[in-house]
Design a protein around this ligand. Structure first.
Ligand code: SF4
Length: 121
């Protein structure tokens, strides 16, 4: 085998191995199983304020200002930016970009809301 052929085959092999590795990493990320400790709950302290799991249930001390926007996480600019939306116990959850600390709960409910809500453009 000539040197040029060897380099070509080596480059092709390296490329295929690289794609397989990224594919496995992506599958691992998609396969994340949520647990209770991944889910942000009403009353937890964090960078977001007035998080409410069921904002329609008013009056609600957690999110008394919800009627002003009528939005939900699913239409918020910070919801599911990493395509992490996952089913858990019959509801959908995804990461909120404003909950950036991976050692704390980062998943919020599709139908939840908080005071940092900004409607998607
Ligand atoms: S409304 Fe937006 S900022 Fe607030 S918790 Fe939901 S996704 Fe995050």
């Amino acid at each position: 085998m000539k040197r040029r052929e060897f380099i070509g085959w080596a480059a092709l092999g390296s490329s295929i191995l690289g794609q397989l590795s990224w594919s496995k990493i992506a599958q691992a990320a998609d396969a994340k199983k949520l647990t209770e400790k991944d889910i942000f709950k009403e009353g937890m302290t964090s960078t977001i304020a007035n998080y409410c799991e069921n904002p329609e249930k008013q009056p609600n001390k957690a999110c008394p200002k919800w009627p002003e926007s009528k939005g939900h996480c699913e239409t918020c600019n910070f919801y599911n930016k990493d395509k992490s939306e996952t089913d858990y116990k019959g509801k959908k959850y995804a990461r909120c970009l404003l909950l950036g600390d991976p050692s704390k709960p980062q998943f919020v409910g599709q139908k939840a809301w908080c005071g940092s809500y900004i409607k998607q453009a």
